[in-house]
Design a protein around this ligand. Sequence first.
Ligand SMILES: Nc1ncnc2c1ncn2[C@@H]1O[C@H](COP(=O)(O)OP(=O)(O)OP(=O)(O)O)[C@@H](O)[C@H]1O
Ligand SMILES: [Mg+2]
Length: 217
Amino acid sequence: MACLADTAYADWPTVRHTEVVTLGCFTSRVHLVHLADNPETRLVIKYLSSDPEKGNIWKEMNILKTQQLHPSILPIDRLILDNDSNIVGMATKFVPGGSLNHNKDRTFKLKWLKQLTEALDFLHFDQGIVHGDLHMGNILIDEAADRLMLCDFSMAREATERDLMEEFCSVTWTLYELITLDFKAEDEQVQNSQRENGVYNLNTESIEKLASWPGVD
Ligand SMILES: Nc1ncnc2c1ncn2[C@@H]1O[C@H](COP(=O)(O)OP(=O)(O)OP(=O)(O)O)[C@@H](O)[C@H]1O
Ligand SMILES: [Mg+2]
């Protein structure tokens, strides 16, 4: 744990953990809250985790910062402190439209697809990083602003050619799911490649052969 004053984030906005009220949980460490003195302000807190599988929240803080980096990248709203001013988490503003997983029947607008590709171009070619965990759960829709927002940068990293290829595969599978509503095929592809080659390998080689793939007649 790090005390706010000893970090590079000393001037970032903060709130104490005792000053928020938990309303629900997205995952064990990602909670929907509101401010105790201002119930209108709803935030999503992501707490620090010692589990390396959960990715690195410090890296996520470094990448997201508190200013809006790009209109489709959800910035950090404030840091969460315990009573000794140690950083215990980070919060973003709650996006009520939720992720693409929360409303799978929602019509996905071409406008949002353009926003997704623009955000990825910005990340890849301007910032030189990959998101690293692109899937429907990490893509939010701010319906009021009519805007797609990327969240969860805990797996983001410097973009190598291989990472860029993997991200391209993730985008393709996400679009496949949005178009076909077939949510199992991506997992099956990864499991097949694990069984056949013994390694995790996300690819799109078989995607056009799937029955749900929109054919060109
Ligand atoms: N600001 C937000 N507004 C609305 N929903 C959010 C917001 N931030 C996160 N979520 C929801 O919470 C889920 C979990 O958050 P996130 O993806 O950042 O954590 P995670 O690292 O995947 O969590 P874990 O590793 O604990 O499973 C997201 O998939 C999304 O559905
Ligand atoms: Mg996530």
